[in-house]
Design a protein around this ligand. Structure first.
Ligand code: ZN
Length: 517
């Protein structure tokens, strides 16, 4: 357990006395904020923050600042899924036949040339899979087998949400009536029916405020790494924060290396490129994946196929980087070091032994004392001194722009899109509930959608609870675009669609206890 701090009533009273009248009101409000990181952030933001924190600094020692905690890495999950498919599913027979009857085991050779998302040639076989394949196929022969569509559990700022949604609705569920469509059957037995939806305009002034904040945060993150790189290149030294990069031929970290040393070469990576804005996504609806039906709406577990680059990071090839830096060093130093600047041979730095880490942290709750984090002390060999900084010219790679280099193409076979699972809410005709719900999501502050580290105690309850998201972490509000939707009939009602994270459980009033009520 980390970042936990139970605010004793005596301490709380003492803190409140120290607040100025203007802050006392806020302090009383802050009774629900009792994790160390949240309290520290709150106090630091107060005018007298530093004065107040002083006597209580021991409570905050070793605590992380308040930060968002992702549920899982969608990036890793999707990559693992792709690897599993490549290593467990043989390419289709017709492709083997087209290779002169010889089984074609090289996935690299099957990679198509198209880089246009969602076009059939942009999918290396056996992609694309039919929608809702998971429902029909459960490979059981290996424990490690998995083939599933992960739930989208992360906040996507509005400016990155796909502007156009191509909705596949063979059962006619978008009309949102109780006589919804025909019998449940496999997807492939139905004729696909496609409608075009567009992202709902974001007109409320308060919603614009969060849109602007998200955009500013997005741009600030991009700028942050660039500033770090510039600062390091201006003063490449161990006391300057290291930007993203790696050592060229790092020394083996043994005690023998301790002592004076020449400046090691630190390769500075380029800043990570921003996520490209997603223009189009596809949504697949199936009557067989109904989650619930209420007085206002119908909810389906839907497949949301989005550009891969929206949720999966681009790759930087380490082999290309090493080759590039080798070439740069040869240019600067000569092939045998004949033009190498003498300053790179100076023993102006040194490797030293350092002890890093924190002691165990103990907290007393009532009569018992608990270790809430263990001793993390460890000895490390660290370099102190100037670096020889080399900025690589190698760029991050994205298949939407160009094929992977020879080192990455074999192990990175995948389509340009990924499928995720979301809940799709559709509302009855004339029912304003879905529009109101979407409006509320737009007005909520961003932290409502996020899980944070630490725990909270909300009075009058006594037990700490994790500071989790209050509303679904993801949402997107779409409406029919009749002008561009050839299969949509003017006379028919097509429900707006609210996409949200598929989370939570239906409330069963009979199972609620006194605390729940
Ligand atoms: Zn490469």
């Amino acid at each position: 357990m980390s970042d936990f701090y139970y605010l004793e009533p005596a301490v709380r009273t003492d803190l409140e006395k120290k607040f100025s009248p203007s802050l006392r009101k806020a302090a009383i409000k802050s009774r629900v904020l009792v994790t160390a990181s949240m309290l520290r952030d709150f106090l630091a933001s107060c005018k007298e923050g530093n004065v107040i924190i002083g006597p209580y600094s021991r409570f905050f020692q070793g605590e992380d600042g308040r930060h968002c905690v992702p549920v899982y890495s969608l990036d890793s999950l999707l990559r693992e899924n792709e690897r599993w498919i490549v290593s467990n599913i043989m390419p289709p027979k017709r492709l083997r036949d087209s290779n002169g009857g010889v089984p074609n085991t090289s996935w690299k050779m099957l990679w198509p040339s198209s880089s246009k998302l969602f076009t059939p040639t942009a999918y290396p076989p056996p992609w694309p899979f039919e929608p809702f394949l998971k429902d029909d196929w459960h490979p059981q022969e290996k424990f490690s087998n998995f083939f599933h569509t992960p739930t989208l559990q992360q906040y996507i700022p509005r400016h990155l949400l796909p502007k156009t949604l191509v909705v596949h609705d063979p059962w006619g569920l978008l009309c949102a009536t109780n006589a919804r469509g025909e019998r449940v059957c496999e997807w492939v037995e139905k004729d696909d029916v496609v409608h075009i939806y567009k992202l709902h305009p974001n007109t409320h002034p308060d919603a614009r405020a969060r849109y602007n904040e998200d955009l500013e945060e997005f741009e600030a993150q991009l700028n942050e790494e660039k500033v770090k790189i510039d600062a390091f290149l201006a003063n490449p030294h161990s006391h300057t924060p290291l930007p993203d990069g790696m050592l060229y031929k790092p020394l083996q970290a043994t005690r023998d290396v301790c002592g004076p040393a020449k400046p090691p070469v630190y390769i500075v990576f380029p800043p990570k490129p921003p996520q490209p804005v997603a223009e189009v996504a596809h949504l697949y609806l199936s009557k067989g994946s109904t989650l619930g039906a209420g007085n206002h709406s119908f909810v389906y577990s839907a497949e949301f196929e989005i550009p891969r680059s929206l949720v999966v990071d681009e790759l930087l090839c380490k082999e290309c980087v090493m080759n590039d830096v080798k070439h740069i060093l040869e240019e600067q130093d000569g092939k045998h070091g004949e033009t190498r600047n003498a300053k790179w041979n100076d023993l102006c730095g040194r490797y030293v032994l350092k002890v890093r880490g924190n002691p165990a942290r103990m907290r007393r709750f009532g009569e018992q004392e608990y270790e809430i984090s263990s001793d993390t002390h460890e000895t490390k060999i660290e370099y102190v001194g100037p670096y020889r900084a080399i900025q690589t010219k190698v760029e991050y790679q994205n298949l939407e722009r160009a094929p992977y280099c020879e080192h990455l193409c074999k192990d990175n076979v995948h389509p340009l899109t990924v499928k995720t699972r979301v809940a799709a809410k559709l509302s009855l005709k004339h029912d304003p509930q879905l529009a109101n719900e979407a409006k509320n999501y737009q007005l909520f502050p961003k932290h409502f959608f996020e899980h944070h580290n630490g725990f909270t105690v909300i009075e009058p309850f006594k037990n700490p609870i994790p500071t989790g998201a209050i509303v679904p972490q993801f949402y997107g509000h779409y409406q029919i675009d009749r002008a561009n939707s050839p299969e949509s009939v003017d006379a028919l009602y097509y429900s707006p669609i609210l996409l949200v994270e598929e989370c939570g459980e239906s409330v069963d009033p009979h199972k609620l206890n006194a605390d729940d009520l």
